[in-house]
Design a protein around this ligand. Structure first.
Ligand code: B16
Ligand code: MG
Length: 216
């Protein structure tokens, strides 16, 4: 019998692939600043906060900006990003994500979102999945970014379970580390080469079952 009482899901890379929109918006900003930003560079931004993402991009371009300029740049990027996510539809839900959440809920397992994004509410509304989470903890609720476990610990607390009773689903190394740092089990979504520290790695939530959950 599994002791798992809650599943906490990262958003980008687990429920939807918003990384493509983040990439387009950051690339546009980099181009306006006079340098290129490749898809390879974009890998460094997955699971990383908006402020930290901008710092990485400015480093890539070899550019220094004042804190006020940085705030303006992050806002400019976010406005383009929000324009794109406002066009999202349920067709963009990653394979198996909705079904696995429904399976968990039907089995009495609590569900929570644990995302770095400050736009998670907009995205969940656009894909009609907000009602599938018992708690939503995102970038608006935390002060410490992954690999700090704050976002996941708040998720566990919000659904009334202990960290040891939680499984986190994450596509980013920093997120896997955050779950481990919080004393939680973690399922990596992606490649075992990258997410090797996870208890289990699957290619997507379509490959996840209650049986696999019970064996963690
Ligand atoms: P926002 P996750 C993360 O989402 C993204 O992976 C990361 O690329 C992004 O910078 C971060 O959210 C902040 O997003 O600008 O919307 O606040 O993977 O933690 O769900
Ligand atoms: Mg992610």
């Amino acid at each position: 019998m599994s002791t798992i009482k809650a599943c906490i899901f990262d958003l980008d890379g687990v429920i939807v692939d918003t990384a493509v929109y983040h990439y387009k918006a950051w690339k546009r900003l980099a181009n306006e600043l006079g340098f290129d930003f490749t898809e390879h560079d974009n890998e460094q931004l997955k699971g990383v906060s908006r402020v930290r993402s901008l710092e990485i991009i400015l480093q890539i371009g070899g550019i220094t900006k004042t804190p006020a300029e940085q705030e303006e740049l992050a806002t400019r990027k976010n406005n383009w990003y929000v324009d794109m996510i406002n066009q999202m539809t349920p067709a963009e839900i990653l394979p198996g994500a909705k079904e696995f959440l429904e399976t968990c809920r039907a089995a009495g397992i609590k569900t929570a979102l644990g995302s770095a994004s400050k736009n998670s509410g907009t995205i969940l509304n656009k894909i009609n999945m907000a009602g599938l989470f018992d708690a939503i903890i995102d970038g608006n609720h935390v002060s410490k970014a992954k690999p700090d476990p704050e976002v996941f610990l708040k998720g566990a607390e919000a659904v009334g379970v202990t960290p040891a009773e939680c499984v986190v689903f994450e596509d980013a190394i920093a997120g896997v580390e955050a779950a481990i740092n919080g004393g939680m089990k973690v399922v990596g979504i992606g490649s075992p080469d990258v997410l090797g520290r996870a208890n289990l790695v699957v290619s997507g939530l379509d490959k996840m079952t209650l049986e696999k959950l019970g064996k963690l």
